[in-house]
Write a protein that binds this ligand. Structure first.
Ligand code: SAM
Length: 278
C-alpha cells in the first residue's frame, strides 16, 4: 500500500453499505494517507477504521454544522488532505457533504471523488426495472399528505423513481403508491450486500400485503417503474386526486395540477372537475 502523504484537498470517500468487501483499495489507501477524516459519527467511522487497521484523527461533520466548524475544515483543506465519509455508502447521496463540497469548489480547493457503494445504484442494477432513466428522490416525506403530494408530482415523470425507505415506514409508503400508482411495478430492495439481501417485485398493493404480514427489518430502497406507454390512470384515481386538489385550489388549478401529474388533457380534466363539484 502506498503510504506517501496525499496532496491537500477534499477527498470524498465511499464506504460499504453493509459488506466490508465492498471497500475499494483506493478508498482504504486514501483513508490511510489522509491527514484527517471528517465523518457523520465518529463511533461508526471509528469502527470502520479499526476494521481496516487504520488510526486517523476524526472530526464530526454534517451539513448542520456551524459556519465556524465548516470554515475551520475548509481552512485545513488548503494545507491538509481531508477525507469525507458518511456512515455508509457515498457521501452527499442523502448524506452530508453538499455544503462542504460547494464551498470547497468555490474556494478553488481540489475535490476528488472516490466511487464505491451506493444503495440506490445497487438496487437499480438488480431489480430488473428500466435503468435508462431514473429519478432519485431521497426519502419520501413522513407525513401522509406531503408523501401523497410528492407521489402525485412525480407520477408523470417518464423514468424509474427511486426512494430511500425504512422498515417501519415501508407499508404506509406502499399503500400510498397503491392508491396513486396502482398499475406500476414496484421493487423493494432490502438489506443490500448483507446476509439477508432480498429484492421483491410486484404491484404496490401486493407488496403492502406481503410486508404487512412480515414487517420488514433493515434498510430499504423502493423503486417504481415508469408509466407504461398505454398506461392511463384509473378514472377513480383521477377523480380522487381532483377532489383532493379541489379542497385546496380553484377548479382550473386543480385540473392543471392533475393533468400535469399524469400527462392528461387539461380541458378534459377541467370538465371533469366541474362535474365533480356539482
Ligand atoms: N449515502 C448512502 C448511499 O450512498 O447509499 C445512503 C445514506 S441514507 C442516510 C440511508 C438509506 O440508504 C437507508 O435508509 C436505506 O434507504 C438506504 N440504504 C443504505 N444501505 C442500504 C442497504 N444495505 N440496503 C438497502 N438500502 C440501503
Amino acid at each position: 500500500m502506498d503510504t506517501s502523504p496525499l496532496a491537500p484537498g477534499l477527498y470524498i470517500v465511499a464506504t460499504p453499505i453493509g459488506n466490508l468487501g465492498d471497500m475499494t483499495r483506493r478508498a482504504t489507501d486514501t483513508l490511510g494517507r489522509c491527514d484527517l477524516v471528517a465523518c457523520e459519527d465518529t463511533r461508526v467511522t471509528g469502527k470502520l477504521l479499526n476494521l481496516l487497521g487504520l488510526h486517523k484523527p476524526m472530526r464530526r461533520y454534517d451539513d448542520h454544522a456551524s459556519d465556524g466548524a465548516r470554515e475551520a475544515l475548509l481552512a485545513e483543506m488548503a494545507i491538509k488532505a481531508v477525507a469525507l465519509v458518511s456512515d455508509a455508502g457515498t457521501p452527499l447521496i442523502s448524506d452530508p457533504g453538499y455544503k462542504l463540497v460547494r464551498e470547497a469548489r468555490a474556494r478553488g480547493v481540489t475535490v476528488t471523488s472516490l466511487p464505491g457503494a451506493s444503495a440506490v445504484v445497487t438496487a437499480l442494477s438488480m431489480a430488473g426495472l428500466p435503468t435508462d432513466r431514473f429519478l432519485f428522490a431521497g426519502f419520501l416525506p413522513n407525513k401522509e399528505k406531503a408523501r401523497g403530494d410528492v407521489l402525485t408530482e412525480l407520477s408523470g415523470v417518464p423514468a424509474t423513481l427511486a426512494f430511500y425507505e425504512t422498515g417501519p415506514r415501508l407499508v404506509a409508503s406502499l399503500e400510498a403508491i397503491a392508491e396513486r400508482l396502482p398499475r406500476r411495478e414496484v421493487a423493494v430492495a432490502r438489506e443490500l450486500t448483507k446476509l439477508h439481501e432480498e429484492c421483491r417485485t410486484g404491484s404496490a398493493a401486493e407488496l403492502a400485503t406481503y410486508y404487512s404480514a412480515q414487517p420488514p427489518k433493515g434498510e430499504i430502497v423502493l423503486l417504481i417503474a415508469p408509466p407504461g406507454e398505454s398506461e392511463a390512470p384509473d378514472d377513480d384515481v383521477i377523480d380522487a386526486e381532483l377532489r383532493a386538489a379541489l379542497t385546496e385550489m380553484s377548479t382550473s388549478q386543480a385540473a392543471g395540477k392533475v393533468a400535469k401529474a399524469h400527462g392528461l388533457d387539461r380541458k378534459a380534466l377541467y370538465a371533469r372537475a366541474m362535474a365533480l363539484k356539482q
